[in-house]
Design a protein. Structure first.
Length: 528
């Protein structure tokens, strides 16, 4: 008689804890069952040895899926390992497990004693686990089951970061994980995921590497919809998908005039412009690129309201207490700013800004302010000696109302930032008829910046505020960041209280004004 397939366990896709009986072998009629991690046989039963979800790979392989920092090696797992020592016959590799793994010198395609690979200590290896048990060191191989190198071997360049084992499995899942699917639609990058909780990312541009890495690290606790929203940062790089020349005249006193030609065709561009993308300001995220020093001397990019670049010292202690508009429609009643206190200031880098930046921005926004329309700008910063220096103010094409402002054609912004190798270090906007505060819409915009660059700031310029003309704010972390991460609402709305009792946002305490810091102004509103 033909044997029937065993009935699946009723606990499949449910959470189990150690000791739970997931299968009764006495009812299996001598059927073969394959056990994965987190399960073991006890007499005629299969019991869980770890907490997590019971999974089934049809027809008969069971395992426990959970998320943990410690990796337990299992045969056929793909892992990212770091060479920590070399021996005559093998390499010792750290795979985040209880013991170091052995990688034989012959476990490579075509490996012989005459062509032994030479790996220095610290080399990153992508390998496959071929032997694993509780009493021996695991053994690795840089070949697939057919003896071919496939994707295994040394990983050069790029960036490696740690995550949980659950996150690694999610990235390797089928169908494709939402965050990788969304990122892959607009960005070109390589990724290697190890089931031991390590991920390696490489791309032609450093900004892409950091963007992808941060999006992955921040997406673990998010739903599929929120992961796709996180990955909308990819759309901010669509300058790489259209051809655009941005030309600016740069008058420099005592240095003559210079012209900056920002050519996005260097980055692999189509031969014809593609359709412009219109993004919500909340989707603006920060990118990271290699920092390079600018030329010595002062210069300002020509704009509608030219003015010299000068600055002097001013301390944030002069801000005073935060004040709020009495108009409840636009004020987030839950967002009570604290002044001079920062929940994460000890973990953040300092940021330096020219004190003339707010005055120059107000001059650029004069026409809109007279019409009671908000104006916004993006801050570009270089990173040197552990400090962010805001060296560029970009005024994008935008659409504004009396209480909101939205940037459009944001690919132009990132073309400028990429060309100058700058971090988007925050944003600045006006409140023509309100006071210095962050509305609920502003909070979501700031969250988009801060989720990628924790030091990112929101500068509010309020010419009608009787107590102060501007304020520099940042979401509290974890308090405010957690609230915004869980909020799916749009428009003006209220937010819940933070779980730790902190305000949702606060006045920055690690932002300083540099008397000699020069910055450039790029007004994209006049660029056709």
């Amino acid at each position: 008689m033909e044997s029937r397939r065993p009935a699946p366990s009723p606990l499949v896709d449910n959470y189990v804890v150690p000791g739970d009986v997931v299968l009764d072998l006495s009812e299996m009629n001598n059927q073969t069952i394959k056990l994965g991690v987190g399960l073991r046989q006890e007499c005629d039963t299969i019991q869980a040895t770890s907490a997590g979800k019971l999974r089934l790979l049809k027809p008969n392989k069971y395992w426990i899926e959970n998320s943990q920092k410690r990796y337990i090696p299992s045969v056929e797992d793909t892992v990212l390992g770091i060479v920590v020592d070399t021996k005559p016959d093998n390499f010792l590799v750290d795979i985040k497990g209880p013991n170091l793994a052995f990688l034989p010198v012959l476990a490579f395609e075509g490996g012989t004693r005459r062509n032994i690979p030479k790996f220095e200590i610290g080399t990153l290896i992508y390998a496959r686990v071929v032997k694993a048990n509780s009493i021996m060191n695991p053994e690795l191989s840089c070949m697939d089951a057919s003896g071919k190198a496939a994707e295994f071997g040394q990983l050069k360049d790029g960036y490696m970061f740690d995550t949980s084992t659950g996150m690694s499995r999610m990235l390797l899942s089928s169908p494709t994980c939402p965050v990788l699917e969304a990122l892959g639609k607009k960005l070109s990058f390589e990724i290697a995921v190890g089931l031991n909780g390590r991920v390696w990312v490489n791309a032609p541009a450093a900004s892409t590497v950091i963007l992808v890495s941060n999006a992955i690290m921040r997406s673990e606790s998010l739903s599929g919809i929120k992961q796709r929203a996180m990955a909308m940062c990819a759309y901010a790089i669509n300058a790489f998908w259209r051809i655009a020349w941005l030309k600016f005249w740069c008058p420099a006193p005592a240095m003559g005039s210079r012209r900056y030609g920002i050519d996005t065709r260097r980055c692999g561009i189509h031969s014809a412009p593609s359709k412009s993308m219109y993004l919500d300001a909340q989707q603006v995220v920060s990118c990271q690129a290699t920092v390079r020093d600018h030329d010595v001397g002062s210069c300002a990019v020509k704009h509608h309201f030219p003015s010299p670049i000068v600055s002097w010292i001013e301390d944030l202690s002069s801000f005073g207490n935060a004040s709020f508009s009495s108009d409840s429609e636009y004020v987030d009643e839950q967002a009570r700013a604290s002044v001079g206190q920062s929940s994460t200031s000890s973990n953040l880098h300092d940021m330096q800004i020219s004190v003339r930046l707010t005055d120059e921005f107000m001059e650029l926004a004069k026409e809109n302010t007279s019409k009671n329309l908000e104006t916004c700008g993006i801050l570009g910063a270089s990173f040197r000696d552990g400090t962010y220096f805001v060296t560029m103010l970009i005024i994008p094409k935008q659409e504004g109302t009396a209480h909101s402002c939205q940037a459009v054609s944001e690919e132009e912004i990132h073309a400028v930032l990429s060309e100058q190798s700058l971090y988007p270090a925050g944003w600045i906007h006006t409140h023509p008829s309100q006071t210095c505060f962050l509305s609920s819409i502003d909070l979501h915009t700031q969250y988009s910046y801060q989720v990628m660059l924790p030091e990112a700031v929101a500068i509010v310029v309020a010419p009608t505020d009787p107590t102060r003309s501007y304020g520099i704010f940042r979401l509290t972390d974890p308090g405010g960041m957690d609230v915004l991460r869980e909020c799916d609402e749009s428009g003006f709305h209220t937010h819940r209280e933070t779980t730790n009792g902190s305000p949702i946002y606060e006045t920055c305490s690690k932002v300083h004004f540099n008397p000699n810091l020069r910055f450039e102004i790029v007004d994209l509103r006049s660029v056709q």
